[in-house]
Design a protein around this ligand. Structure first.
Ligand code: GUN
Length: 295
């Protein structure tokens, strides 16, 4: 089947171009959105994500602060910083890179973030608002990015069977919630498949829209996908590759080469959902700033 590769980089660029214009207009009124990113420890993948977020802020004219705490930090150390940033007028968004080291109580840290600055949409107040269809909170960046990819690709989930693989708080659960909302651009019939689901392929083969967030490299093979399905690959997996310059390559949850010909639309890893996550973080930071000033 002729399939379209959804270009996440290009769609993210169109989203961030709008944000940059809005930020420039705000700065003429002496208002600058600000984001604080906290990283606890030295996980190399997390460092890359955090640096990309800060660089994107710079590119769009958003003020940013990067706070790196030692890998031995306690929950209390992180809470002290979060509470300081909650009170900082330059900062409209606070993000604590997940996962922190095991001694840090992530739930307690998330609960301490001012919901008005919770641009990740991890705080229970914002998760609840999203679930009941309120739009005065935030949407979590990765599922929000997937919704935007669908929208900008002209794919309307209404009445379609969307199958979400994975039930994490960051992707799977909010992804299902956004897809099932009674709102334009959603209205899907949603099935969530996870590690305790027997015969996963039975469900994936029924999907009009298949969204994979499992973290299992190339788990989805052609026989698991319906002809003409839309496949969105949220997985970012590092697999060892001695021929690659860094000794590893990135791959998604989908065996792209064999699955792509069966689909109508498909994303690639990298260059699919990844750039959208950052674009939506920027959109949320701008929104947090505008809400503060009631703009
Ligand atoms: N780790 C993986 N994805 C995310 C994200 O969207 N936000 C944060 N804070 N950490 C992450």
């Amino acid at each position: 089947m002729a399939h379209t590769i959804i270009d996440g980089k290009a769609i993210a660029a169109s989203v961030t171009a709008v944000i940059a214009t809005e930020v420039a207009a705000l700065r003429k009124q002496d208002i600058q959105p600000g984001l604080a990113v906290i990283l606890v420890g030295e996980d190399p993948a997390s460092q890359v994500y955090v640096n990309t977020k800060v660089k994107t802020c710079e590119r769009l004219g958003i003020y940013s602060e990067k706070h790196i705490l030692s890998k031995n930090s306690s929950t209390e150390d992180v809470l002290i910083l979060v509470k300081k940033l909650n009170l900082d007028p330059k900062i409209h968004g606070i993000l604590v890179q997940s996962p922190p080291p095991p001694q840090v109580d992530e739930e307690a840290v998330i609960a301490a973030i001012d919901p008005a600055k919770d641009v990740d949409c991890f705080h229970a107040v914002n998760v609840g608002k999203m679930l009941i269809g309120k739009t005065d909170g935030f949407f979590p960046c990765t599922p929000y990015g997937v919704m935007e990819l669908l929208k900008q690709s002209g794919i309307d989930p209404a009445g379609k069977h969307a199958v979400v693989l994975g039930r994490s708080n960051i992707v799977g659960k909010p992804m299902a919630a956004l897809l099932m909302q009674k709102t334009p651009g959603a209205n899907a019939t949603v099935t969530v498949v996870h590690s305790r689901t027997p015969d996963i392929a039975k469900f994936t083969r029924q999907a009009d829209i298949l969204i994979t967030a499992l973290g299992k490299p190339e788990f989805i093979t052609a026989d698991m996908v319906k002809e003409g399905a839309v496949v969105i690959d949220v997985g970012i997996n590092r697999v060892k590759d001695v021929s690659a310059p860094r000794g590893y390559r990135l791959t998604g949850d989908v065996k792209f080469d064999e699955v792509a010909p069966k689909t109508s639309f498909i994303t690639k890893v990298p260059g699919g959902v990844g750039p959208m996550t950052i674009a939506m973080l920027m959109r949320n930071t701008l929104k947090a700033c505008k809400m503060k000033y009631r703009l």
